[in-house]
Design a protein. Structure first.
Ligand SMILES: Cc1cc2nc3c(=O)[nH]c(=O)nc-3n(C[C@H](O)[C@H](O)[C@H](O)COP(=O)(O)OP(=O)(O)OC[C@H]3O[C@@H](n4cnc5c(N)ncnc54)[C@H](O)[C@@H]3O)c2cc1C
Length: 517
């Protein structure tokens, strides 16, 4: 390798995972150089849109619970160190059929790990959270510690701290190729060639390209979220104003890996560094994006107009091993959430409201006459609702910019370089169909919609571990649409793997090798 080492670790990709990795590496004293193809936080990858759910009763698998517990501590620490408000506790509702995936999975995780939660019948949900119109066969798990994270602020916070600890961060400088030999890696970007002892690859939706020679069965998926504006009248206009972001182009060079013969070039876009060529000599095969089956809303649920007063919920008082930042009050706010002290008024949760949608009339004093009140954080926890197998949606309360809603795994395979970055009317129509059925008070004009990328592994678990052929390269990616909440702990794990060659957690379920035939 021809160039002298400039760092202990190079981190390529400084989004959710990479910014956290850069911080935790630098904090441990490593000399870090971080590069990103854009200027993070940005809206070209997987970490934009102003909110992400954090929840603990993890329906995907109980193995995530210890990780998310650590992540809560990481977020708390990040808030304290940077003075930024990153986490808003709203509570979380997991909803779905009793024999589905979400509710039984959340219950299993909560019971295995002794988490606090409540079991709710549909009528309990309707009474306590009156925006919901749920059929009687839906059940729920309420977890009090769930809430929302501010992804852009979180990335900025990790990058700030990384810099404070001496990391050198270079933006608009894509990695073009890399090679590894024993304990040395060489990375070529659009501006230079760097050498270090370790490389952390945290390139999100670009992972299938950057690791193309491995042929990993990762699928990048286009997902749309929309903000429904409950402060204006019923949806006269049902159109979604498209969100336009720059469309990346093509270009780049190729390089062949020395020892395996695998080609580790990436295909950078034309919007990046000065050395980007406009040529199309790109050795990486590009598949045309395919459109998978679109889930549709078929079942017409029956909605009970009159919630009963009976509280059939079951409380489970599990204890958690650490303090809850929300219990002690979050640091002074600096973002739009600062005014909301959501769980400060537990009474607010159970106060019934006027059902403005069903027109059921006043049921209580004081009444809530405005739709936006139904979606205030104290009455509308973050949620994940499994409608039926293959159709799950999720959403956030209105913290000032509308009720944000999206379909989990909306189904269209894509590529970050050819992606349709504009949300269309039909994208929003699919969400609106669910809104009309289950949250009719939010059936209002859409004030904003955005396209964001999942990087899915076939088993929906993460990819986190050393490259199978090059232990000096740590791959941190493919969070299958649920990775943001773990960013602080993923950053720590990447630092442990890079600097110590091992981790305090068993990362076997996340190893790359599981995906290789
Ligand atoms: C709509 C949507 C909703 C979601 N909701 C949730 C949720 O509620 N809760 C949750 O926990 N998770 C959620 N997720 C998943 C979560 O947001 C992602 O798992 C996480 O943000 C991925 O982080 P990342 O660091 O892998 O990718 P990113 O944050 O996208 O970072 C990758 C970075 O790599 C850079 N890069 C790419 N190629 C190169 C290159 N060649 N050289 C240099 N840099 C490069 C990119 O510019 C980018 O900055 C959601 C995702 C989406 C899309």
């Amino acid at each position: 390798m021809s160039h002298p080492p400039i760092a202990d670790v190079i981190v390529a990709g400084l989004g959710a995972a990479g910014s956290a990795a850069a911080y935790h590496l630098a904090r441990r004293g490593a000399r870090v150089v971080g590069v990103d193809r854009y200027t993070p936080p940005h809206a070209m990858g997987s970490s934009h849109g102003r909110s992400r759910i954090i929840r603990e009763a993890y329906f995907e698998h109980p193995l995530y619970v210890p990780l998310v517990r650590e992540a809560y501590m990481g977020w708390e620490e990040l808030e304290a160190l940077t003075g930024r408000r990153l986490y808003l506790r709203t509570g979380g509702l997991m909803l779905g059929p009793a024999d589905g995936t979400v509710v039984p999975g959340a219950r299993r995780s909560a019971l295995e790990h002794g988490l606090s939660f409540e079991e709710l019948a549909a009528e309990d949900v309707r009474r306590r959270f009156p925006a919901w119109h749920l059929p009687d066969d839906v059940v729920g798990i309420f977890e009090p510690r769930a809430g929302m994270l501010d992804p852009e602020a979180a990335i900025a916070a990790h990058l700030d701290l990384a810099r404070r600890h001496g990391a050198e961060l270079r933006f608009d400088e894509p990695l073009l190729s890399w090679r590894a030999e024993g304990d040395a890696v060489e990375v070529t970007t659009s501006r230079a060639t760097y050498r270090a002892a370790r490389l952390v690859l945290a390139v999100g939706a670009w992972t299938p390209r950057v690791l193309a020679p491995l042929g990993l069965p990762l699928v990048v998926e286009r997902n749309v979220v929309a903000w429904f504006d409950t402060t204006v009248g019923r949806a006269a206009s049902r159109t979604a104003p498209p969100v336009s972001t720059a469309s990346p182009g093509f270009g780049g060079s190729t390089a062949r890996h020395e020892s395996t013969g695998r080609d580790y070039s990436t295909a950078p876009d034309a919007s990046t560094g000065p050395d980007d060529s406009t040529g199309h000599d790109n050795a990486i095969a590009r598949d045309e994006p395919t459109v998978q089956d679109e889930p549709t809303v078929q079942d017409e649920p029956t909605v009970r107009d009159e919630p009963t007063a009976r509280d059939g919920s079951t409380a489970h008082d599990g204890s958690t091993a650490h303090d809850d930042p929300a219990d002690r009050g979050a640091p002074p706010g600096r973002n739009a959430w600062s005014a909301a002290d959501v769980l400060a008024d537990p009474e607010a949760r159970s106060r019934p409201a006027v059902d403005i949608v069903a027109g059921a009339g006043a049921r209580s004093d004081p009444p809530l006459a405005r739709a936006e009140d139904l979606f205030a954080p104290e009455r509308f926890p973050v949620f994940v609702h499994e409608v039926r197998p293959g159709l799950t949606w999720y959403g956030f309360p209105d913290t000032g910019d509308g009720v944000k809603l999206g379909i989990h795994h909306s189904g269209e395979s894509t590529d970050p370089e050819t992606e349709r970055r504009e949300a269309t009317e039909s994208d929003v129509a699919r969400i609106r169909e669910l809104v009309r059925t289950y949250l009719p008070a939010a059936d209002r004009p859409v004030r904003e919609a955005a396209v964001c990328l999942y990087t899915n592994a076939p088993d929906d678990h993460f990819v986190l571990g050393p490259h199978p052929d090059h232990p000096a390269v740590i791959v941190v990616s493919a969070c299958s649409g649920h990775g943001f909440k773990f960013a602080p702990v993923i950053g720590e794990l990447a630092a442990e793997l890079s600097l110590e060659g091992r981790s305090r957690h068993d990362l076997t379920p996340f190893r790359i090798e599981r995906l290789l035939g």
